[in-house]
Design a protein around this ligand. Structure first.
Ligand code: HEC
Length: 114
């Protein structure tokens, strides 16, 4: 692995962590930390939508999970671009992440939290 690639990966990790500050007010990656405005995101990547027990999801998010929506990297990428486009009437309102590199870095960071 070349030095440039290693540096890029280090930068991507740092950026993902920094970008998570946009989510931090409502979401935790610490499985023990429940009771925030948004569901716990530990282990979220690859999991079915609306799977956190005891979290009060919107009817729209529950229906999406029942239909089989799962947070693959591709679906997360779409959700972070435009949450309402993936789950119309979701109760999550956040500014879209328009830069694909930002979304990739954030998803990589989420994947690391299991
Ligand atoms: C203002 C609070 C808030 C912020 C900020 C926020 N979210 Fe959310 N998020 C929510 C809520 C509330 C839900 C549940 C939505 C529903 O039930 O429709 C949710 C749901 C989700 C889900 C679906 C989880 C599941 O269990 O199905 C993902 C993934 C997610 N958010 C990722 C993010 C990421 C990544 C960020 C940062 C870029 C972020 N959210 C920022 C409030 C927030």
């Amino acid at each position: 692995m070349g030095t440039a690639l290693v540096m890029a990966l280090v930068a991507a990790t740092a950026t993902g962590e920094a970008l998570f500050q946009r989510c931090y007010a409502c979401h935790s990656l610490n499985p023990a930390e429940q009771g925030l405005q948004g569901p716990n995101l530990a282990g979220d990547v690859g999991r079915r939508a609306a799977a956190v027990k005891g979290f009060d999801y919107s009817p729209a998010m529950r229906a999406a999970g029942d239909r089989g929506l799962a947070w693959t990297e591709a679906e997360l990428d779409r959700f972070l671009t435009d949450a309402q486009a993936v789950v119309p009437q979701t109760s999550m309102f956040t500014p879209p992440l328009r830069d694909p590199a930002d979304r990739a870095a954030l998803i990589a960071y989420l994947k690391g939290a299991r």
